[in-house]
Design a protein around this ligand. Structure first.
Ligand SMILES: C[S@@+](CC[C@H](N)C(=O)[O-])C[C@H]1O[C@@H](n2cnc3c(N)ncnc32)[C@H](O)[C@@H]1O
Length: 425
């Protein structure tokens, strides 16, 4: 079964897909004692490259309950590492490639290493919200840690990982002594048929409620412990930062604006006018709060409406913009119909290009892991062609550096971000 990438995107097929049927495997040379899973040659090859998951169809012998620590072995009897078993669409997540323990020492070492990377990126000083642990990409499969000022939120991909919580909490306290509260939630996977227990929730400190975080000189209001919407996507930080010098005197249209991080950024960085569009009044209200936390220079207009409908009206009115930000969700539903990031992106690009000033920029983003960078580029080309425009890519970005993607884990790359200068033919 496919797995969503580690942040906010819904499903995409994994780069290393689970085999549909179990490939023929020689009879295991080792007997699988308790606490051992014997994997087939296909899984062995991937594990040896560093890939940390074993799929159910790849286990040829052995049994283990979800949450149990298991030793992985090849059919030839080689040790392939220590893992935590699961009973969902992943059968085991490997935490180390030797047979050592998955214990507090291992966890605190991984937390320390992950934090050292973030510190070396300058995070935790003027930027007070960042991803501390990015799951598989920081050698802690299924575990994400986000820092929101002094609050730490742990997200687990499966209840089978709850056995790690004591070690995680101990490690967080040791490595990040300024911690004010620790919360734990699941990352729900809609394709996972299991009934999950209630998430552990707050396990330490006071409930943070609303917190103001800083991203460089810009401030945002977030709710770290909110079940769904914290209020900011830090994975777009480097893209916001890249754009900052290029807003001066521009008319900015931010479509699918959510709580307005791009709008606030444009407003404080010298845009003359910012228009923010979203279907949700709640998010637009949060955008207003975010604007009020800063010193916006731009005239701001908020529009609670379907983005494509707004684009159509602007075209009829002859209204144009110099910077148009497109960061739609994977899927959504409105009175105007269903939106699919896989099928409708070219249509969105065409509609946006028609209201882009000559020499203006389309700033196109997608967090859909199911759309490859190549397919994304294809949608941009199709959309510009439909609008009878030409484009030049002047910048390509991606997820912020605190969302690293390990080379042995292609699933870690999900965010596409392309800036195109548009000319009308
Ligand atoms: C991925 S979020 C955008 C994140 C935002 N660009 C940021 O960086 O914070 C998608 C947003 O699109 C909004 N949305 C979904 N369908 C929409 C539509 N048809 N028209 C306008 N907004 C829509 C959602 O309410 C949500 O706030």
């Amino acid at each position: 079964m496919a797995k969503p990438p580690p942040h906010r995107a819904p499903a995409r097929p994994p780069a290393r897909a689970a085999p549909a049927a179990r490939p023929a495997a020689p009879a295991p040379a080792v007997r699988a004692g308790p606490g051992t899973l014997v994997v087939n040659g296909y899984s062995e090859r991937w594990l040896r490259q560093g890939f940390p998951w074993v799929y159910p169809t790849e286990v040829v012998a052995g049994a283990a309950a979800a949450g149990e620590i298991v030793q992985l072995r090849s059919v030839g009897g080689d040790e392939l590492g220590a893992a935590i078993a699961d009973d969902g669409w992943i059968r085991a997540r490997r935490f180390r490639s030797d047979a050592g323990k998955i214990d507090a020492a291992l966890i605190s070492g991984r937390l320390r290493g992950a934090l050292a990377l973030r510190r070396s990126l300058g995070l935790g000083t003027t930027t007070t919200c960042f991803r501390w642990v990015n799951g598989e990409n920081d050698d802690l499969p299924g575990v994400r840690l986000d820092v929101w000022a002094d609050h730490v939120v742990i997200s687990l991909d499966s209840p089978s990982l709850t056995r790690l919580l004591p070690a995680l909490v101990e490690g967080i306290r040791e490595v990040f002594p300024a911690v004010g509260s620790i919360h734990v939630g699941w990352r729900p996977d809609v394709r996972d048929g299991r009934v999950w227990p209630n998430p552990p929730g707050r396990i330490e400190g006071q409930a943070p409620g609303t917190v103001v975080v800083a991203e460089g000189g810009v401030r945002y209001r977030v709710e770290p412990a909110a079940k769904k919407d914290v209020g900011l996507f830090p994975d777009q930080r480097d893209n916001r930062t890249w754009l900052a010098p290029y807003y001066v005197g521009t008319r900015v249209l931010n479509l699918f604006c959510y709580t307005g991080a791009f709008s606030v950024h444009a407003s404080v960085n010298g845009a003359s006018e910012v228009v923010s569009v979203d279907l949700s009044r709640l998010y637009l209200d949060q955008l207003d709060e975010n604007l009020a936390l800063n010193v916006p220079l731009a005239r701001h207009e908020r529009i609670e409406e379907d983005a494509l409908k707004v684009l159509d009206r602007f075209r009829r009115q002859g209204r144009v913009f110099d910077r148009i930000i497109l960061d739609p969700p994977g899927h959504s539903h409105s009175g105007e119909g269903d939106w699919s990031g896989e099928q409708d992106y070219a249509r969105l690009v065409a509609a946006a290009a028609r209201v882009c000033a000559p020499g203006g920029w389309l700033i196109a983003s997608s967090n859909l892991g199911s759309v490859s960078p190549r397919q994304f580029q294809g949608a941009l080309v199709d959309g510009l062609r439909k609008a009878n425009c030409q484009g030049r890519v002047i910048h390509t970005g991606g997820q912020a550096a605190d969302f690293p993607s390990a080379l042995h884990f292609p699933e870690g790359t999900f965010l596409k971000f392309v800036v195109i200068e548009v000319q009308h033919a």
